[in-house]
Design a protein around this ligand. Structure first.
Ligand code: FES
Length: 161
C-alpha cells in the first residue's frame, strides 16, 4: 500500500495544472480580501465616532473667528470648523474652550448650557464636560474633540490639537 502512495507522489504534474492551481489560489486570496473588506467596512463605520468622521471630512485645520475675543464670559459662539459644527465657550472663570459640537453618539449638534456649565445633547440626553469635552453621562461613547484656542486682540484662532 505504501508503494502505491509513493508511486502516486511521483506522478509529474502537467505544466498547465500548476498554473491553474496558482491562478485558483490568487483568485481565492483576492476573494478573501474582498470578503474581509466587505465585512470590515460596516464595522469600521459603526465604531468610528460621528465627530471624528465629520472632522476628517474637512481639510480645514484652523479657523479664525474675527472679533470673537469680545465674547462675554458665560457665553458661547457656535461656528463651522470646515463643514462641521463647533463651539467656542468663554467660561465665567475666564477660560476659553473650543470643542467640536458633533455628538459622538449619533452625530447630533450639541449645545452649551451656561446655567449648568455643561454641554448637552438633546437627541438622547448625552452630557459632556464643558472644559474638557469628556463624556459624562448618557449614550455618548467618546469625548468631544477638543481644539486649541488662541485669543488675540483681533479675534480668536481655533485649531486642531
Ligand atoms: S446623538 Fe447625542 S446623545 Fe445620541
Amino acid at each position: 500500500m505504501s508503494e502505491e502512495m509513493s508511486v502516486a507522489t511521483f506522478v509529474p504534474e502537467e505544466p498547465g495544472e500548476q498554473n491553474t492551481r496558482r491562478a485558483f489560489l490568487v483568485a481565492a486570496g483576492a476573494a478573501g480580501l474582498l470578503y474581509t473588506a466587505a465585512l470590515g467596512y460596516p464595522i469600521y463605520r459603526y465604531l468610528a465616532s460621528p465627530s471624528e468622521m465629520a472632522l476628517s471630512a474637512t481639510a480645514v485645520t484652523e479657523v479664525t473667528l474675527k472679533d470673537a475675543h469680545k465674547l462675554p464670559r458665560g457665553a458661547v459662539l457656535m461656528f463651522r470648523f470646515g463643514t462641521a459644527p463647533a463651539m467656542l465657550i468663554h467660561h465665567e472663570d475666564g477660560r476659553w474652550v473650543g470643542l467640536s459640537a458633533v455628538c459622538t453618539h449619533l452625530g447630533c449638534t450639541v449645545q452649551y448650557e451656561s446655567q449648568a456649565d455643561r454641554i448637552h445633547c438633546a437627541c438622547h440626553g448625552g452630557v459632556y464636560n464643558a472644559y474638557t469635552g469628556a463624556n459624562v453621562s448618557g449614550p455618548p461613547p467618546k469625548p468631544l474633540k477638543l481644539f486649541k484656542v488662541a485669543v488675540n486682540e483681533t479675534g480668536v484662532e481655533v485649531s486642531r490639537t
